[in-house]
Design a protein around this ligand. Structure first.
Ligand SMILES: [Ca+2]
Ligand SMILES: [Ca+2]
Ligand SMILES: [Ca+2]
Length: 267
């Protein structure tokens, strides 16, 4: 009845979010590829937020530092699918009179259109991205931190267990993934080291005793890990599709006995 956009399926939400990514890529103007900073099409709503765009909260949990700073200029814009502004840009004004110009220093977006900002990016005087923080699972806590060098992604830290501290560290050189460190027991220290060549996992070192030293470098481990990840992805996708259809995930049920994934090869 109401003329508002109400995503009724994960597919539609994904389409909106994808549209947003596409829209954003054109906005950044920073040489390198736009790192996908957008959620996975989750229908989750951040604390204090709502999918009803007519009821968005007054406090959007801004992460740009602009309040009480009259020297800064703020612009609000509607991204794709947004009926009210969900993109905020903060500019610094430099110079006087004719030589006056404004530089973008911070941009923040409400990517899932729930009225709460969930990704913020800062820029240097050259207009290059410097740092980004985002709440990709929309639980109200930052879980991804990205650093840029010369406008290209250099490091991405991620919190996968929701304790607010990173446990996956990804390192990039010239925009390409080189290394990943993982902290499996969440003690703040890495215990898996992965080496990538041309974006593909090449070697993996495992610290089984959690003393900070690699116990084994394992190529087989790489194969097993990749097979497990591939299977997990398929299972997640099927479960998500089944959940959307309002049915019991048949794939997940049928798959219950297939825990010994290692032997299976991806198709
Ligand atoms: Ca949001
Ligand atoms: Ca989060
Ligand atoms: Ca963590």
């Amino acid at each position: 009845m109401k003329p508002i956009l109400r995503p009724s399926s994960r597919l539609l939400t994904t389409a909106i979010v994808t549209g947003l990514v596409t829209g954003l890529a054109g906005l950044t103007g920073c040489g390198g590829k736009e790192q996908a900073a957008i959620g996975t099409g989750s229908t989750k709503v951040s604390p204090g937020g709502t999918r009803d765009q007519s009821k968005w909260p007054v406090d959007d949990k801004s992460m740009c530092d602009w309040k009480n700073k009259p020297e800064l200029q703020v612009s609000e814009a509607n991204g794709p699918g947004a009926l009210k502004p969900n993109v905020r840009r903060v500019y610094k004004v430099v110079g006087e009179g004719e030589g006056r110009k404004k530089t973008l220093i911070c941009r923040e977006i409400d990517t899932n259109l729930d009225g709460i900002k969930d990704v913020v990016r800062t820029f240097n005087a050259k207009g290059e991205a410097v740092h980004e923080e985002s709440d990709r699972d929309y639980d109200g806590k930052i879980d991804v931190w990205i650093s840029f060098v010369d406008g290209r992604i250099a490091q991405e830290d991620m919190d996968t267990n929701g304790d607010g501290k990173p446990d996956v560290w990804k390192f990039y050189v010239n925009g390409q993934l080189q290394r990943i460190r993982r902290d499996r027991n969440f003690d703040g220290k890495p215990d898996v080291w992965e080496i990538y060549t041309r974006g593909k996992l090449e070697r993996m070192g495992i610290d089984d005793t959690y003393d900070g030293h690699v116990d084994r470098w394992d190529r087989d481990e790489v194969m097993k890990y990749e097979a497990e990840e591939a299977e997990k992805k398929v299972r997640d996708q099927m479960a998500a599709a089944a959940a959307d259809a309002g049915a019991t995930p048949p794939a997940a049920a049928a798959d219950a006995g297939a825990g010994d994934a290692g032997a299976k090869k991806g198709k």
